[in-house]
Design a binder for this molecule. Structure first.
Ligand code: NAD
Length: 517
């Protein structure tokens, strides 16, 4: 089948959401395990992106006019559609991203739960409410509501091609915005599928969810296309470019960037549980998880046992593309070099590497990486400082949890993290003091599966929040309204006020506030 024929297949499936006539150039996304073409997509240029945003703008007013209940009903139809076709979408994620089918099901399930939460909580979080007008405006009623921004641009990564963008898409839609989604060029078929699913499930508001495809230039064009906000998820380096491009038109940005998440294992931890969680947090999805555990700081009391448990578990992991594989190939071939560089740098600076038993020579496709534990790498090494994004884990011995916290926090990143301690007070205290947007105590990654909790980072991990009430508000502007209920005999904000009015006000302020010291 020719590239254009395949593109027709893809565009048919997406029912017009990817307009192949907008541009003649195309690109292909491939299966990282086999190299087979998964789909061929238009390379949307600036004009095509602009037209798509205008189409979404037309739809945004009708979508907003549906109100919270009308939108909730349609978001429910969308989640029903996704749930009924979970296996079909999981198969596509498996083929295009490379992760095991079971992991794709988990990812999509989390995304569906977020669609449900966003649709179900938008009215309560964003709807009009009366607020107390306060002493100085007691004769007024005061109202607060959160209004949509119009069109929200969403640029996504490839590592969680459903869950990650859905944290912006579902919440922006629930808040009353239309969305234009630019999926990663590595997972364009999943992006087109999500948009096609919307058109099928919500035919009367089909244009509220558009997709454009292409490389970074297409993303930059979306930044310049006059969207009300740009929600970006990807690397810190690209995030800086996105922010600079958006600054040209003062387009606000939400930046969900990379991480170097740490786990602290305290003296009183359940060491077996901590090891199990660390291995999953570090190695699942081949370590290509923004909130993956990349560093562990274990106290000297538990270090030996922890290392023994982790290395034993890691030995049994096997990358592959079959149903039994622990994780898949690296989605981006270029990431293999980054991981190798970090491991070589760590080994060269005195760290001890413990590899899994899986033999890389067995694999024809060298995009499979053997899991590797890095023991006591210097804090200055790339494996500790930079995002590795591979099936690796550094474990470092520390005196106590305070030293662990100090080292965990000495990172430019600050996305998620984990603490293992049997003491509730100790665990919560360490979690609070961890410099990150999210921390799980006695588990890993759990915060991502709680729709009511905001998701986002600090420092080089970005700013702004998806998920939860904060995630809904992120895609709105707060609107304040006052309505005078009754006119007072003396109006302080009028040139007609009597000269004595200011003195009277000063006396009242003295009585109400002056007693506080
Ligand atoms: P990336 O930064 O290379 O690309 C992300 C997206 O940006 C892609 O769609 C790409 O086409 C687009 N893009 C590239 N250049 C652009 C430009 N100049 N202007 C506009 N758009 C542009 O990231 P990636 O490799 O796809 O994803 C991996 C990164 O994403 C990791 O750092 C990971 O930690 C991070 N990530 C973060 C989160 C989070 O929620 N914080 C979630 C998933 C992934």
């Amino acid at each position: 089948m020719s590239l254009v024929d395949q593109m027709d297949t893809v565009t048919d499936a997406s029912a017009g959401t990817v307009d192949r006539h907008a541009t003649t150039d195309t690109f292909a996304s491939t299966n990282p395990a086999s190299g087979a073409v998964v789909g061929v997509f238009p390379l949307h240029d600036a004009e095509a992106v602009r037209q798509t945003v205008e189409r979404a703008r037309g739809a945004s007013e009708r979508w907003a006019a549906l109100g919270f209940d009308g939108r909730a009903k349609r978001l429910a139809a969308y989640r029903g559609y996704l749930a009924r076709r979970l296996n079909e979408l999981a198969d596509l994620v498996h083929r295009e991203n490379g992760k095991p089918h079971a992991d794709a099901i988990l990812e999509i399930s989390l995304a569906i739960d977020h669609v449900a939460w966003a649709g179900g909580h938008a009215r309560k979080t964003l709807g009009p409410r009366k607020v107390h007008a306060g002493m100085l405006a007691a004769n007024h009623a005061a109202y607060l509501e959160y209004q949509p921004l119009g069109v929200v641009g969403v640029i996504g990564p490839w590592n969680y091609p459903v869950f990650t963008p859905m944290g912006s898409l579902a919440y922006a839609l629930a808040a009353g915005n239309a969305v234009v989604f630019k999926p990663s060029e590595h997972t364009a078929a999943v992006g087109a599928w999500l948009a096609a699913a919307w058109r099928a499930a919500v035919p009367d508001a089909a244009d509220a969810f558009q997709v454009v495809t292409g490389y970074g230039e297409t993303g930059a064009a979306l930044c310049r296309a006059g969207v009300g906000k740009l929600a970006f998820t990807g690397s810190a380096a690209t995030g800086k470019k996105v922010m600079a491009t958006c600054a040209e038109n003062l387009t606000p940005v939400l930046l969900e960037l990379g991480g170097k998440d740490a786990m602290i294992v305290d003296d009183d931890a359940d060491v077996a549980a901590a090891a199990d969680a660390a291995v999953w947090g570090a190695m699942s999805n081949g370590g290509q998880t923004c909130i993956g555990i990349e560093r562990v700081y274990a106290t000297s009391a538990v270090y030996d046992q922890f290392v023994a448990e982790v290395t034993e578990q890691v030995r049994t992991l096997r990358p592959g593309s079959d149903g039994e594989a622990s994780y898949g190939p690296m989605t981006m071939a270029s990431q293999v070099d980054v991981v190798q560089r970090h491991l070589e740098d760590a080994a060269g600076s005195g760290a001890r590497l413990v590899h899994g038993d899986a033999d890389p020579g067995l694999f024809r496709n060298q995009n499979y990486l053997v899991p590797t534990v890095v023991l006591d790498a210097p804090e200055t090494s790339a494996a500790v400082r930079e995002e590795t994004f591979g099936p690796t884990l550094t474990i470092t011995k520390v005196r106590d949890a305070e030293e662990a916290l100090e080292k965990a926090n000495a990172s430019a990143y600050g996305l998620g993290g984990a603490v293992f301690s049997r003491s509730k007070a100790r665990g919560m205290d360490l979690a609070r003091r961890m410099r990150s947007g999210m921390t799980s105590v006695n588990s890993v990654l759990t915060f991502a599966s709680v729709p009511a909790l905001p998701f986002g980072g600090v420092g080089d991990s970005g700013f702004g929040r998806i998920h939860g009430e904060d995630g809904l508000k992120e895609f709105t502007r707060a609107k304040a309204i006052t309505r005078q209920r009754v006119a007072l005999p003396v109006n302080l904000m009028s040139f007609g006020r009597p000269p004595s009015a200011a003195d009277a006000l000063a006396r009242v302020m003295g009585m109400v506030h002056g007693r506080h010291r």
